[in-house]
Design a protein. Sequence first.
Length: 154
Amino acid sequence: MSGAKRKINPWVKRILIGGLLIFIAVAIAVWFIFTEKFTDTSERKAAFTVNAMDILHEFQHSVSLANKKYAEKIITVKGRVFETEAADTTINIKMIDTATDAYIIFAFQQQHLLEAKQLKAGDSVSIKGSCSGGTYSAILETEYITFKRCAINK
């Protein structure tokens, strides 16, 4: 019997093949997610155009309603630059409501960094970006809204 081939149960074979197919499908999906490239924000149409102080007040009034309205949408925000911050590979632009210390922070796409670096505190600007949503920070004791993949709106 040592020379005889041992047969694999047909159900075990089906389960192994099914598992392998599922593994391949998940691997392909993960690869697509991690290598996803976004279109240039400057080429996208904005779902909303708002004033910086108006959107801050909307989020302060009701974070959940404002997040439902704006989160993961391309928004054009008009306002005055309060400060610029250099981050690792990007530059962040902040617009602040000085009465409440609530703020909006914009992180720029790589191809728009040069334009963003030219902005100075006090400049009036229109910025288009993908709204990540807003929240209240108990540590900072203020409301903030974050935007990603931003570009100067011309």
